[in-house]
Design a protein around this ligand. Sequence first.
Ligand SMILES: [Zn+2]
Length: 211
Amino acid sequence: MHHYIIMGPQGSGKGTQARRLAADLGIVAISMGEILRGHMANNSPIGQRIRHHMETGQLVTDEIVDQVITDRLRQPDVAKGFVLDGFPRTPGQAEFFLTHHRLDAAILLEVSEETLRKRILGRRLCDGCGKDFNVYFRPPKVEDVCDLCGGKLSARTDDTPEGIRQRLSDYRSKTQPVVDMLRQKGLVLTIPAESHPDEVHKQVLRSIGVE
Ligand SMILES: [Zn+2]
């Protein structure tokens, strides 16, 4: 059984790394964001509570998050293990999790603010075929034109540099206490995540003693 948490800010490649790790180990990648959106889409009683929090700009409470993660980890597909993405977000959620589940490691993806900014602001998406580019890391041969279909490329984000800075600073202030708590228990593996996703994936596997 493999029980992992993956942590990192938006643009750190956390979702990709969670899915690749889960695929390699034959376990399930669980995204808290997807679970919360799923509950809202079903408009279940808990989905309505989640929607209320989100629409009023509040964090979904620990009580709700703890309940949905408990329900999710009772499903049969987690029998061989899981990689959690987007949970725990607070020390309270981490405490709750650790009293009910064994954790092998929390994998922390570290990327500089400058790289995160370029990854997010540099994204361009083809209006024609959906292929994605990045003006800093994977630029098209001709500016704003898709290499594959000649379609027009558009920015896929309305993030501003200031918005990103704010979000990163929020992430750091909220997540740092969780990281500190898990680190004290010897559970944090820090992975430099600036390089190509294939390389990051290899380092993740090495860090947990697979491969
Ligand atoms: Zn295209």
